[in-house]
Design a protein around this ligand. Sequence first.
Ligand code: ADP
Ligand code: MG
Length: 620
Amino acid sequence: MIHVLEKEVADKIATGEVIERPLSIVKELVENSIDAGARSITVEIKKGGKNYIRVTDDGCGIKSDEVEIAFLRHATSKISRAKDLESIETLGFRGEALASIAAVSRTEIITKTAEEKAGTRLVIEGSSIAEREATGCPGGTTIVVRDLFYNTPARRKFMKSDAGESSAVIEFVSQISLAYPHLRIRMISNGNMLFSTPGKGDRYKNILTVFSRELGDGLIPVQAEEGNLRLEGYISNPGESRATRKQQIFFVNGRVVDSKVIQKGISQAYADKLFEGRFPIAFLFLAIRPDSLDVNIHPNKREIRFNDEDFVTEFIRKSLREALLSKESIPEVKEKMLFRRPFPEPTAAKRESAAPEPVAAADKIEAEVPPEEEQVNIKKLLSNIRNEEDRREPELREAVAEYQVKPSPEADIFVESSETILPKTPAPFDFDELTITGSIFGTYITAVDESCFYLIDQHAAHERIFFEKLMRQYRQSETYCQPVMLPITLNVSYDVAESQDDWVLHLNKMGFQAEVFGPRTYRIKGIPAFMELEEAERFLKDFTEQAAAGTKIDNLPAIEKIIMRSCKSAVKAHDYLKDEEIRSLFEELKQCENPFSCPHGRPTFIKMTQYEIEKMFKRV
Ligand code: ADP
Ligand code: MG
């Protein structure tokens, strides 16, 4: 039952204006449709949604005698007591959206519950009811919002161009389709169907449908569970990074959210795999018990607060880390990189107009995803819209026209598998399956396993081993030191000598034997057992320089950073390695926590699958 919240409850809800632009309206309406149990949702906009927004669902509908109430402020059917705010399981709960939308536009609603014979049609203009009638319509709700801000012209100025607004809406609907793979979601803009998801529960397929095939191709599945957290998703292998975080999309209990806590977990997982300023792609779907979470922080509900933030960060880090150790995470060379084709030209397809669609509840057309080759790269289109203004739209329309929906023989059938198709958990990489076949250019080792050919950068591998051994010794303070015949004399500048109390100790923890020999001179009588003499000398030089650079070495991450930097030039560039040397390199790499990249983020491995090789030779 829809009722107006008591004042004490209403006062506890984060308030503020939520309707700023077409996106806000689409977001509120789509969330309402999801809360109403819809299986199928259509979003249609014209001119970026400024003049026309339609959201149609096949959800529970609103009873005739409650329609007006739904438009009152603080009217909701989702919560009633303040206590309910502690465990919100619906997307909406503020009871303000419909009221706010109706106040700034001409809003029309057509709705019918399953029990009622006739539906209700209501037109509201700037909060007052302009029309009301009974009407025949299918079960569900359609809301049309016309002429946004017609009565508050000052607010029109704050909207972006039509293209900018539609791109924001499309982006949101794309994200929602990933979060709700069991729903059929259709996006229509200016009469063109942009995409339509099959609603079969397959998130991965939806990524390919809504974003692009190229993007989906290199993704590694993630799946993990711990305590009251469950994570599912897809992340890019470190070879596929981006310059911004734009392609990191997070869902928490079905809500698209911004979360520094999740971001941090991702950064930590990729810490030594990516160069600074590069970001992985991540689609993460996190489920958490509602009482471990506060969504009532900001009126737009994009911000959330986890009760135990560190636990969430660590859970994300661990789960992603595990996925990154799988074979899938080794950067892959592909045929299409060699013969890169330009973005396929849209063929002159017949344009499908969505115009004749009745404004009525959910149309039960089962969307069929076009064959992959035909799929228009929506992401590309999106960036086109972003970059170019409306003048590009005819071209855009041509392109998306290919992406039409064909009614399938299964139309009307709502059978769905009740289980989400989960990503298959990737198997961890198995070093023992590798056969070493040789080395080339005195630099790369070649190896194969059942399905792939690998190139391993021996220098990067050495750096990784060197770094991890040193860190291990440091952490365990169980050092293996070898005495050197002629002690190494280390002369440093005054500022470095000044902070000797700090760094001499650290060196000794790593397995050096360093002692003060003069005002600016130190004598190194022993070095870590695994190091060669020249490596030790170069390392010491770099390490002391780093210490002078003013970095305070007072915690593990700080020392790790300095060691990481100092390994860079220290590790000797070996030429052709003998067979036993290669084997022992592999043995040591296998022991590493993170064998697939050097400490500075360069890959140690790249792979080509047998299939890709066969493709290049045009055998398949
Ligand atoms: P809230 O979602 O926070 O409850 P809204 O203003 O968005 O507030 O909606 C008010 C009420 O109207 C909802 O609680 C719900 O009962 C009803 N409602 C809104 N949209 C729909 C819909 N698409 N289908 C069924 N009921 C709806
Ligand atoms: Mg709502």
